[in-house]
Write a protein that binds this ligand. Structure first.
Ligand SMILES: [Zn+2]
Length: 394
């Protein structure tokens, strides 16, 4: 690992400025942060980015795995594959029985010197156990909300849990949201059949995120002919206090609803996630998922990971972070600034990170993409963590 005091000059790239414009210029990173834009500087290392885009590093706040790694495997290996896919920050997302989640958290912290060995890991996310139904997993993955279990999981994460999912209709949800929000955790409404009133109570208690909007949110039934019902997703689209996640593969959510979300939410109110799983980024083929999920088939990054023994049901997406970014541009027709907003700036703001845009003083977390939006170089804290051609992990 290079020393952060090392200076890096990225020369002549098309830099996405914080006002959304593209400017052909140079960037100097020193002591891990962006130190100068535009001025001719000398540096210990010079990287030629002519003809390429220089963008804020990608941030994935919801991912269960990538390639042959997962949130229950080796975090350094996971981080290396995320680097290949342009991510400078990610939140390994755990889903499983509470006892196993505690054990994974403690092992990860032990093996990484409390995450110091994997600076790309911005903390953990718990998608279970506080879910009203186990549609995404097994009944043993879920548990009633109790202050004691919350405390046990929090202690196992040693302060590194940044996002905590829960279903707002569970007894004790508003109290848990208040307890966790006081600790600085972002609470996210997830896997829910809550009423609008229950969801609003959760937002009043401090919930600030919605876990993959539309996915596993039921549509309201038509109870009277001629009366169009408003559902939970309608409320969440209109509730400016919550940021909504979208899985942007075009399969989990139809493009029409992705566009609707862009139009409903304020500029900071939408975040693209991968919700990726073991296998994401691997070539089309059949793979065996860990944790007894069985055999899966992947046909493209945009068709999800399909459970072959369960009627080709979806088991998360096959996206990598750069696939999600490309999707914003190539599937949903957004410009680079908008794509960067939902893949970098908004998740950074949600978590209060000094990242997500190119401005003096921000962390030197960048991704360099070629004109076809493929990753050339990934830089975290001013350190090159991936360079195309030198390492092809996936
Ligand atoms: Zn998930």
């Amino acid at each position: 690992m290079h020393d952060k005091s090392h200076s890096l000059l990225i020369r002549d790239g098309q830099v996405l400025m914080s006002d959304g414009s593209l400017r052909t210029t140079s960037l100097l990173i020193r002591d891990g942060r962006i130190a100068a834009i535009g001025a001719e500087q000398s540096a210990d290392t010079i990287l030629d980015a002519a003809g390429n885009y220089v963008l804020p590093g990608l941030i994935d706040i919801h991912t269960h795995g990538i390639g042959e790694d997962s949130a229950i495997g080796s975090l350094p290996h996971y981080a290396a594959r995320e680097a290949v896919a342009g991510a400078t920050t990610f939140l390994p997302t755990l889903f499983g029985p509470p006892d196993e989640t505690c054990a994974h958290l403690q092992r990860h912290l032990r093996e990484t010197d409390n995450l110091r060995r994997v600076p790309q890991v911005g903390g953990f996310r718990l998608e279970s156990p506080y879910l009203a139904d186990a549609s995404a997993g097994l009944p043993r993955d879920c548990a009633p909300i109790t202050p004691q279990l919350t405390e046990r999981l929090w202690q196992a994460g040693a302060g590194h849990i940044r996002i905590w999912d829960l279903s707002p209709e569970l007894p004790g949800a508003p109290e848990a949201i208040k307890q966790l929000s006081r600790l600085g955790v972002v609470c996210s409404l997830a896997h829910t059949t809550a009423t609008i009133e229950q969801a609003r109570a959760a937002v009043e208690a401090g919930a600030r995120l919605v876990t993959h909007l539309f996915d596993v949110f039921p549509m309201p039934p038509m109870t009277e002919l001629g009366v169009y019902p408003a559902g939970l997703t309608d409320y969440l689209l209109m509730e400016d206090r919550v940021v909504c996640e979208i899985i942007p593969d075009g399969t989990h959510v139809p493009p029409l609803l992705v566009e609707k979300t862009f139009r409903c939410k304020p500029p900071g109110g939408l975040v693209f996630i991968t919700d990726s799983n073991y296998g994401s980024g691997l070539p089309p083929g059949e793979y065996d998922l860990p944790q007894a999920w069985g055999r899966v088939k992947i046909t493209s990054p945009y068709d999800g990971i399909r459970l072959m023994e369960r009627d080709m049901e979806l088991a998360s997406s096959a996206l990598t972070p750069v696939d999600a970014f490309r999707s914003a541009v190539q599937r949903f027709g957004k410009d680079l600034a908008t794509a960067s907003r939902v893949c970098s700036r908004n998740p950074a703001r949600l978590l209060g990170l000094n990242k997500g845009e190119i401005a003096i003083g921000r962390d030197g977390d960048l991704v360099i993409l070629d004109s076809a939006l493929h990753v050339r170089t990934t830089i975290a804290g001013g350190v090159v963590i991936y360079h195309a051609g030198q390492d092809a992990a996936i």
